[in-house]
Ligand binder design. Structure first.
Ligand SMILES: O=C(O)CCC(=O)C(=O)O
Length: 272
């Protein structure tokens, strides 16, 4: 069994970011014993702190990732750091998710592809990423998508094609659309026959109440664990063999048709 801990963090605007980093470090330490620990999207600045994005952006070698590397080393676990505001050497800003292994090495990064523009300044301030990938983890080949990406199944198919068995989803998903969060995390797990480990933010940021409900969904769509609405750590023991077993027992993915084939088949029934 692989023990996973989802650390569902609140990021109130009244808390200085450096203090938050320390407090979150303590929460991560409380998750000791887990093989994989996950954090939400942009927990350091708070996703909705758009006015502070430029000031709080850091390089991949900055304090937030360095703190995560130390936490992972201390606990001897994989740490999905959620996402942080990355400033590239060229000065671009990205919403970048990071996976760190137990030696403290950054083994995977993912730049959010679908930056959010609805009642959000993210699309205006950040540059979208363009690619997905996977890396070895205690839950098999693992990739990531961030928050809004959940609404775009093509990203998930690309992850499947990249070999993903598990996808981490750091998020700052508002409570107002919690029903979509639940529906889409389950739909993506069933569609791709994957494990979805989704860590959302909690609490209130400005005018927005975050949804909580961080969750683990298995490839059958069963919710193995779910957090409540407040700051908390949710633990879950997962059999990493569940993905291979589900894909072998109910081999839906074997029956996939590619887009080219589907268009050709549709043309056959159109009047000439
Ligand atoms: O799609 C949604 O409803 C929420 C998306 C979001 O808040 C985000 O991408 O940060």
């Amino acid at each position: 069994m692989t023990r996973v801990a989802l650390v569902q963090v609140e990021s109130p605007g009244s808390e200085p970011p450096a203090q938050r980093r320390e407090r979150v470090g303590q929460m991560v330490a409380d998750a000791r014993g887990a093989d994989l620990v996950l954090l939400p999207e942009l927990w350091l600045p708070g996703y909705f702190a758009f006015d502070r994005y430029a000031e709080l952006a850091e390089p991949l070698t900055g304090d937030t990732v360095a703190a995560g590397q130390e936490w992972a080393r201390e606990l001897g676990c994989f740490l999905h750091l959620g996402s942080f505001l990355e400033r590239t050497p060229e000065g671009r800003l990205h919403n970048t998710a990071v996976l760190i292994d137990p030696s403290g090495t950054v083994v995977h990064t993912y730049r959010k592809i679908h930056v959010f523009g609805y009642r959000s300044r993210e699309a205006e301030l950040l540059t979208a990423g363009a690619g997905v990938g996977t890396v070895h983890s205690p839950l098999g080949a693992m990739g990531a998508t961030t928050c809004y990406d959940l609404r775009f199944p093509e990203v998930w198919r690309a992850l499947l094609d990249a070999g993903a068995e598990t996808v981490a989803v750091p998020a700052a998903w508002p409570g107002r659309r919690r029903q979509h969060w639940r529906l889409l995390t389950e739909a993506r797990a069933v569609e791709q026959q994957m494990l979805v480990v989704a860590c959302n933010a909690a609490g209130v940021q400005g005018e927005v109440k975050l949804g909580g409900a961080s969750r683990v969904v298995d490839p059958w769509g069963t919710v193995l664990a779910e957090a409540g609405g407040a700051e908390e750590i949710v633990r879950c023991d997962i059999d990493p063999g569940v993905v291979a077993r589900t894909r072998a027992e109910f081999p839906v993915l074997r029956d996939r048709r590619r887009f080219g084939e589907i268009h050709a088949a549709a043309a056959e029934v159109l009047p000439s």
